[in-house]
Design a protein around this ligand. Structure first.
Ligand code: FAD
Ligand code: NAD
Length: 465
């Protein structure tokens, strides 16, 4: 079965856009027997985002937290086509997708348009900048693996430059000032990792400048981590205080230059803060392709935040487009947990669709046969009715976890009808074991545990690539 091509004209074609949490969870759980499956994503791997902040300082190596998409598709019943390409247009009327290879090496093939019967739309989102001047040019984001690599390289460049002979004092201070904008979980986890790097490694390798490192976290709201419980917000803020991470709340970044940010505080006073490295983590916004798709269906798609879907994840105003994860605007937070549960749900729904198609074929054959037995026909009809029933998507929240540095984590866990909130070393062990068990493969688990052991034994590698 492995060498069957995914182009059986008797079977519907499912095109999957993306290789992140939503798409991968869908692919992993999908029974491909009844479908021609095509995956299109500019990234030919799955990235385990919860551990991405650890890559920025070298606690984990980049390849430890990724898994090739082909690793997931190669064991399927029928061959799945995987194209490393970027979808550029979706036509919901003609039911086609247009995509192109936009990587460095492109070959002679140009843009390709293929028809779909079902489209599983899981392209995620982009970094939100609110149009603030200078952000895209001067800040680093933390979304993709290349972002974490860039931060690691830039961080070490700042430190090496600060340690350069006869560097003026003011310049040392600027270069050693790391600013994080956005006090959501991404910004908080990054600040925590940076603190660990300072304490565990910087003091050892760069004693001449280590004491000059300052970390400032800037948040527009009155506190960091608005989605966590009050007790954990306080715990995080006091841990950051102990760790000398300056938290500027009620402060908004208004402008960014190559060496400083202009901030405005609650009293509307503005000031300029010099930085060496700026990490921008102020949340999500829709991708261009998603915005284009919304404008094609103005009556149904009225939410700028993302695609509107019904209770079965079918995109409003379309037939056959199912959208999941960060590209949608639902009652749920844009998290990996939601995207992966939606992926499982859709895979189960597609199993039913596949089953239904198979039973319909069986029924047509039976009805056409002169020897058909009435009971046999009835049994198939019953099965068909069962396969036609769909239940709406239901999200089950398993809790929120975040690492905050100095071997401490915070955990907000649902507990009976209430909530169990915990912060500290025990929560860190829970955080580690939860992520180890959710990593996709034994290979990833082994690599991540080996990286943790390596850092404990030898410290982080401070070579700049
Ligand atoms: P993504 O995982 O972003 O995947 C989108 C996919 O679409 C990618 O493969 C991308 O390459 C592809 N794509 C992009 N453009 C196109 C195109 N034009 N055509 C085709 N494909 C395209 N959530 C949690 O629940 N717990 C956590 O601990 C957690 N930690 C996080 C830490 C960090 C640093 C970050 C950035 C996020 C974290 N999240 C966490 C959030 C979580 O990563 C997202 O909610 C999740 O990735 C959403 O899944 P998705 O499939 O919608 O999008
Ligand atoms: P977020 O939207 O959760 O937080 C962004 C923060 O930036 C907000 O608190 C906002 O007030 C602040 N902000 C916006 N503009 C600002 C400005 N100009 N100046 C200062 N502050 C500004 O974004 P995120 O942290 O990237 O998270 C995105 C999603 O991914 C969330 O749903 C989050 O739950 C999820 N995530 C979860 C984890 C985890 O569970 N450990 C980790 C990372 C991300």
């Amino acid at each position: 079965p492995g060498d069957q091509l995914p182009d059986d004209p008797a079977k519907p074609t499912v095109v999957v856009l993306g290789s992140g949490w939503g798409a991968t969870s869908f692919l992993k759980n999908l029974d491909t027997e009844e479908f021609n499956v095509v995956v299109v994503s500019p990234r030919n791997y799955f990235l385990f985002t919860p551990l991405l902040p650890s890559v920025t300082v070298g606690t984990l190596e980049p390849r430890s937290i990724i898994q090739p998409t082909r690793y997931i598709t190669r064991h399927k019943k029928r061959r799945v086509a995987v194209y490393e390409a970027e979808a550029q247009d979706v036509d919901p009327i003609k039911k086609t997708v247009t995509f192109q290879d936009l990587s460095d090496i492109r070959g002679a093939a140009g843009s390709v348009t293929i028809p779909y019967d079902y489209l599983v739309y899981a392209v995620g989102c982009e970094n939100q900048t609110f149009g603030i001047k200078g952000v895209t040019e001067h800040a680093c984001f933390l979304k993709e693996l290349s972002d974490a690599d860039k931060i690691r390289t830039k961080l070490l460049d700042c430190i090496e430059t600060a340690a350069f002979k006869d560097q003026p004092e003011a310049e040392v201070d600027r270069l050693m000032h790391m600013i994080v904008v956005g006090g959501g979980p991404t910004g908080v986890e990054y600040a925590g990792e940076l603190h660990d790097f300072l304490i565990d490694d910087l003091k050892k390798w760069y004693p001449e400048v280590a004491d000059r490192l300052r970390i400032t976290l800037i948040e527009a709201l009155p506190n960091v981590l608005p989605a966590f419980s009050k007790q954990l917000i306080q715990y995080t803020e006091s841990t950051f205080k102990e760790n000398k991470i300056d938290v500027l709340t009620r402060t908004m970044v208004k402008d960014v230059t190559d060496k400083s940010v202009i901030v405005q505080d609650a009293n509307k006073e503005t000031r300029e803060i010099p930085y060496g490295l700026l990490v921008w983590a102020t949340g999500n916004t829709s991708r261009q392709i998603t915005r284009n798709l919304m404008t094609k269906l103005p009556a149904a798609q009225t939410q700028r935040r993302g695609l509107l879907v019904d209770d079965y994840l079918c995109m409003l105003g379309t037939q056959g487009i199912y959208a999941l994860g960060d590209c949608t605007a639902t009652q749920y937070a844009p998290t990996a947990q939601v995207a992966s549960q939606e992926g499982i749900y859709l895979a189960q729904m597609f199993s039913k669709i596949g089953q239904k198609n198979k039973l319909e074929r069986q029924l047509a054959e039976l009805r056409a046969s002169p020897n058909a037995v009435a009971e046999e026909v009835e049994a198939v009809v019953k099965k068909l009715n069962r396969a036609s029933k769909q239940t709406p998507f239901h999200y089950s929240h398993q809790g929120s976890l975040a690492y905050i540095g100095s071997e401490k984590a915070i955990a907000d866990l649902p507990f009976f009808n209430g909530n169990f909130a915990s912060g500290g070393g025990a929560a860190m062990l829970f955080w580690r074991s939860a992520y180890i068990s959710t990593l996709y493969s034994v290979r990833n688990r082994t690599l991540v545990m080996a990286d943790w052991a390596k850092v404990k034994l030898f410290g982080r590698d401070v070579s700049r690539e």
